[in-house]
Write a protein that binds this ligand. Structure first.
Ligand SMILES: Nc1ncnc2c1ncn2[C@@H]1O[C@H](COP(=O)(O)OP(=O)(O)O)[C@@H](O)[C@H]1O
Ligand SMILES: [Mg+2]
Length: 262
């Protein structure tokens, strides 16, 4: 199950400082969209306003056309996974995964079926009785994913979920996350500052810089046809060739950017 997600004029200020300029973004049902950008560009702020954990200064969030701006986080049908796994240390793996389902007052049978299913999905069935401290970082992150997937949210938000893992494990988990996205069929919004990760995972990338969206497009769009100087510099191993191309100069007089793939 998946849902369409829309941010309309969504913005966030903290006092005089702008965390996110008024922003429009539509994510299609079942899509894998990545928010990519340098630290401080507003990725987490946008994600947290979608989740409901941060209240916007302006604008609204719609899920399948329904305005959820004032709906509390637990009632939006959204699942979240963070960089820090935030597993309960005193609970077994099985109980960690069951927690959200029990909170939702599912029957004992429903909980058992959903937990077993989620653990199988992340290939951690045989670790059900262990405690978080008995698992590696990668295994803990799998459990955090299973805990989120267990109640089958139609939208899943992931904020730098692989940021704490070493490179090799991160690449392995990227492949796992792609597989899980296909299996679940949910809408994924994924945050990273790592362009390789974004290019590998995403149906579309929303490139952010200084509290605003620079460009939204497929990985190929951003790689081959960067819309701005920032996009050209951030994506790929590009060369900026500034020349006299007056005939093709944009209406604004901006020089045309030519990116050469590396
Ligand atoms: N609670 C807060 N109070 C004040 N400023 C904040 C708060 N949260 C984020 N910001 C600021 O908003 C900007 C965007 O932050 P954030 O969305 O976390 O960026 P990113 O996730 O892209 O690194 C940053 O300048 C950050 O310092
Ligand atoms: Mg962040």
């Amino acid at each position: 199950m998946s849902s369409k997600l829309e941010a309309i004029g969504i913005a966030k200020r903290y006092g005089d400082s702008v965390a996110l300029e008024p922003t429009d973004l539509a994510v299609q049902a079942g899509e894998f969209l990545t928010l990519l950008g340098p630290s401080g560009s507003g990725k987490t702020t946008l994600l947290q306003m979608i989740s409901g954990l941060v209240a916007p200064s302006a604008g609204r969030i719609e899920i399948d056309g329904r305005d959820v701006t004032h709906v509390e986080p637990g009632k939006r049908g959204i699942g979240m996974v963070f960089q820090s796994y935030a597993l309960f240390p005193h609970m077994s793996v099985w109980d960690n995964v069951a927690y959200g389902l029990r909170m939702r007052r599912k029957s004992r049978e429903e909980v058992r079926a959903a937990v077993d299913d989620a653990l199988a999905m992340v290939r951690m069935t045989e670790y059900a009785k262990r405690f978080p401290k008995e698992l590696s970082g990668g295994q803990q992150q799998r459990i955090a994913l299973a805990r989120c997937f267990a109640y089958r949210p139609s939208v899943i938000l992931l904020d730098e979920p692989l940021g704490a893992l070493d490179k090799k494990l991160r690449e392995h988990m990227q492949a796992e996350i792609r597989r899980l996205h296909k299996e679940l069929g949910a809408t994924f919004v994924y945050v990273t500052h790592d362009q390789d990760e974004a290019l590998t995972l995403s149906d579309r990338i929303c490139l952010m810089n200084q509290a605003r969206i620079e460009q939204v497009g497929t990985p190929a769009d951003l790689y081959d046809r960067p819309a701005t100087r920032f996009a050209a510099g951030f994506i790929g191993h590009s060369n900026l060739l500034e020349g006299e191309l007056d005939a093709t100069r944009g209406a604004s007089g901006e020089p045309i950017l030519l990116a050469a793939g590396g």
